[in-house]
Design a binder for this molecule. Structure first.
Ligand code: SAH
Ligand code: ZN
Ligand code: ZN
Ligand code: ZN
Ligand code: ZN
Length: 425
């Protein structure tokens, strides 16, 4: 489909495969956004293949990345008064194009500072289920950068983290002794207007597809293999509705790309990685990356009403950092209430109490959890042990366990499309 190779899907009920397997778009969960569909065992006629290729060609962006790079070079030569950005087309305009966009809304006097913060200039994609863009709050973005610097990393593979990329790029252009570099991999092609080929690759993280072909893949490989692969960390913040197995498979391929570049061998070492994702995906991520640990740090967003970190009546963000680095190395800010647990050898939230019985700081959501002797584990403070279900649950839960759980959070009573964990105000 236009977003690269489709993925093979299977419907399951209660863990069992059901019905015919089929291919569908890797990135769009909604058939309205991409109508690609093909049964696994379906024969596709030559005519349909040709039509499909034609369709894919017609659904590529109007300008190529290198054309956009040329346009940018011309754009920055323009005097401020001639620098326009079309808000409807989300495009930098050259004077010869003004006419065509005359009945569109546009911004004038686009400054160099604005060009250096494209994530502020572009409006976040919000309407689509899987393409939603939630931008880091400054506090969280700065925290990530400080962490990267303190850990001694010099190159960041930013996969779906345009705001972190932009913070790094603008520091690199302003501060002479700033040594960190970043390469952005993202499906949002609008960023190709602001970054050259060695700063941005148009990439689909659900199928490890480089839209720019071999040249783009090679750009990424080179970035990873500089200095014999040392000093690299990958940081990713995928859409939360995304399929964990598809993401994990792509991330393993990126890790393999780093690994194959080594000349001397990294002694079974993995490419360091931060995977930013909600805490209720912990078990899913650990399925694919058993060596990862979840950090207590709560990642905050600017344009996410639910996950915002307010001054008063603070809402708790459910988004965490999963990493293959040693947890004790991830120093969390004490001024925000995080403390070091000497037994667990990691930083934890202020509310996260070390449980003597579990011998671990067990809270996942930052609130103080309580130990249930019958369940033999710590549970959320709002839960009570239900003797019917023989497990802890909310007091007003319905005692029937037949329903298969929600795909996202595993809880019964709703489907992934209506999962409260993903709901956005
Ligand atoms: N918090 C991050 C943004 C995360 S939003 C920041 O502030 O930098 C998710 C990002 O992943 C968006 O930039 C979006 O364009 C990108 N994305 C969504 N689907 C993708 C896909 N299939 N492949 C690659 N990137 C994708
Ligand atoms: Zn326009
Ligand atoms: Zn502890
Ligand atoms: Zn406990
Ligand atoms: Zn219990």
């Amino acid at each position: 489909c236009p977003l690269g190779p489709a993925l093979l899907f299977v419907k399951t009920r209660q863990g069992r495969e059901e019905g015919r397997r089929f291919y569908a778009c890797s990135a769009c969960r909604d058939r309205k956004d991409c109508k690609f569909f093909q049964w696994e065992d379906e024969k596709v006629s030559e005519a349909r293949l040709a039509a499909r290729e034609e369709y894919n060609r017609n659904h590529q962006p109007f300008f190529t990345h290198s054309q956009n790079v040329e346009r940018y070079k011309n754009f920055v030569l323009l005097p401020l008064s001639e620098r326009r950005f079309c808000q409807e087309c989300q495009q930098l305009l050259l004077p010869a194009e003004w006419e065509k966009h005359s009945d569109h809304q546009f911004l004038c006097d686009i400054s160099t500072a604005q060009l250096k913060s494209p994530s502020q200039l572009l409006h976040p994609l919000e309407n689509k289920k899987t393409n939603a863009q939630y931008l880091f709050a400054d506090r969280s973005c700065q925290f990530l950068l400080d962490l990267i610097i303190n850990l001694g990393f010099r190159r960041v593979l930013s996969v779906g983290t345009p705001r972190l990329h932009e913070l790094i790029q603008s520091k690199a252009s302003q501060e002479e002794d700033f040594r960190v570099r970043s390469l952005l991999l993202d499906i949002d092609f609008r960023y190709s207007q602001f970054y050259a080929e060695d700063e941005f690759c148009h990439y689909n993280m659900f199928n490890h597809y480089f839209f720019g072909g071999e040249a783009a893949r090679e750009m990424c490989r080179k970035f990873l293999c500089q200095d014999n692969g040392e000093g690299v960390i990958m940081i990713t913040d995928p859409p939360f509705g995304g399929l964990v197995e598809a993401l994990a498979s792509s991330f393993k391929k990126l890790m393999a790309m780093w690994k194959e570049t080594e000349k001397e061998g990294h002694n079974n070492h993995e490419m360091p990685m931060f995977w930013i994702f909600p805490y209720f995906f912990e078990s899913r991520i650990l399925e694919f990356f058993p060596g990862f640990s979840m950090m207590d740090y709560q990642v905050d967003y600017d344009n996410h009403a639910l996950y915002k970190h307010g001054k008063t009546g603070r809402r708790q963000s459910p988004v965490r950092i999963f990493t293959n680095l040693t947890p004790s190395m991830i120093v969390l800010p004490v001024e925000e209430g995080y403390r070091f647990c000497a037994i667990c050898q990691r930083y934890v939230s202020s509310g996260n109490q070390h449980c003597e019985i579990c011998n671990s700081c067990t809270s996942k959501d930052g609130r103080r959890w309580k130990h249930c002797v019958l369940c033999k584990k710590c549970v959320k403070p709002s839960w009570f042990h239900c003797s019917n279900c023989n497990r802890c649950a909310l007091q007003n839960h319905t005692c029937e366990e037949t329903d298969a759980g929600c795909f996202v959070c595993g809880r019964a009573g709703h489907k992934r499309s209506t999962c409260p964990s993903l709901s956005r105000a």
